[in-house]
Design a protein around this ligand. Structure first.
Ligand code: AN7
Length: 363
């Protein structure tokens, strides 16, 4: 017999660094352990000598990084005896909450902005059996309502204001360092509600500092670069944005809940925030797909928009080791993808000659 090596999720892998306690029933879908893929063609396009890796979180069980926080938050909720969880969401959190609730055999209530979530995410929440509450408002309205309702209703909030979410999400930083055998110089990621940048920063700091029981793994932390959509960029405007708007619906958020933590990451790491137009975001999404074979959702692509801009300008110098988080899978939002691609709308006869002709025309 060989020793079994079946991966069993990040609560198992990183138990000693997480609030996992004796006798906890772990609610897991084997999330985490996502690939860190080196970009091969884009650095050449930029004519810069940099090592850029993408952490492809779209390969988590529900197709986004949210599963990292959700396994921890739902495990804790079940441990505390909760029978129901609730969240507001731009889509991915609702899909993840719904899946982990199904796994735990408890109820999930998800508040989503009517008409403003990607089709794949809605399909997921429906299939996993969540109680879907569409509101005539945006994510920020949903977040406010969830906080109000949870004061009296018997439901556990699993948005990233739940501290167990950030605990789970910090494991992405651990995986990156474990995979590279080094700490990146720069970490680029999209910022919406700002939970993820806060969680990464916590993870990086924990790997760089010894505790009573755990030795430091590396001796440095990266510079944290947070990128937003221009129409939903409170970290650029300096305060809440009333009517956030962007094609990247995942980050259509005007009042980030982890505001203070994100600024702390920014200050302590010597990082920066920047914002990109919808056209720039979609252009990067397409570039990643047709130059690297990596299909992420629009919100995720802004991390690479940012990295490309800052590598080009030299703000991120040559020789740097750069990691970008691709937070979600492109398959979640087929409508936005198809809308930006040129496809020949007219069908041809099902004949060899017609197919050959079509090939010749586009060679
Ligand atoms: C693909 O699902 O807020 O800055 O409700 O789905 O940690 O909020 C999603 C956020 C980036 C931003 N990329 O991360 C939700 C939600 C994708 C996302 C973000 C989200 P945070």
């Amino acid at each position: 017999m060989t020793t079994p090596t079946r991966y069993q999720g990040l609560l198992n892998r990183y138990a000693e660094r997480l609030p996992v306690t004796e006798g906890m029933q772990i609610i897991s879908l084997n999330e985490g352990d996502t690939p860190l893929i080196q970009l091969q063609n884009i650095p050449g396009i930029l004519k810069k000598n940099v090592d850029v890796f993408v952490k492809f979180e779209g390969l988590n069980p529900t197709g986004s990084f949210k599963d990292r926080g959700m396994t921890m938050a739902v495990t804790q909720a079940v441990h505390e005896g909760s029978q129901a969880i609730i969240c507001a969401s731009t889509g991915n959190t609702s899909a993840s909450a719904a899946a982990y609730a199904a796994r735990a055999q408890i109820k999930a209530f998800v508040l989503i902005p009517e008409g403003k979530i990607a089709m794949g995410k809605l399909a997921q929440a429906m299939m996993y059996g969540a109680r879907i509450i569409q509101i005539q408002g945006n994510f920020d309205d949903g977040m406010r309502l969830v906080k109000e309702v949870a004061e009296t209703a018997p439901v556990a909030i699993v948005n990233s204001i739940n501290p167990y979410r950030l605990e789970g999400q910090k494991t992405a930083a651990f995986e990156i360092i474990d995979a590279l055998g080094a700490c990146p110089d720069y970490h680029c990621l999209p910022v919406g509600n700002a939970g993820n940048i806060s969680a990464y920063w916590r993870g990086y700091k924990e790997y760089a500092n010894s505790t009573e029981t755990l030795a430091a793994v590396v001796d440095k932390t990266p510079v944290m670069c947070g990128y937003q959509a221009a129409g939903a960029a409170p970290f650029i405007t300096g305060g809440p944005v009333d009517n956030p708007e962007t094609v990247a619906t995942a980050i259509r958020i005007g009042n980030p809940q982890s505001w203070e933590y994100a600024w702390q990451a920014n200050r302590e790491s010597g990082g920066w925030f920047d914002a990109f137009t919808d056209a720039e975001i979609l252009e990067t999404q397409k570039l990643l797909a047709d130059q690297e074979g990596i299909f992420c959702e629009p919100a995720s692509a802004v991390s690479v928009s940012g990295a490309m801009k800052d590598i080009t300008s030299g703000k991120i110098p040559e020789g740097s080791l750069v990691v970008c988080t691709l937070t979600g899978n492109g398959l979640k939002d087929p409508d936005t993808a198809i809308a930006q691609c040129d496809v020949n709308p007219t069908a041809i006869p099902a004949q060899r000659q017609a197919v050959e002709q079509a090939i010749l025309e586009s060679l």
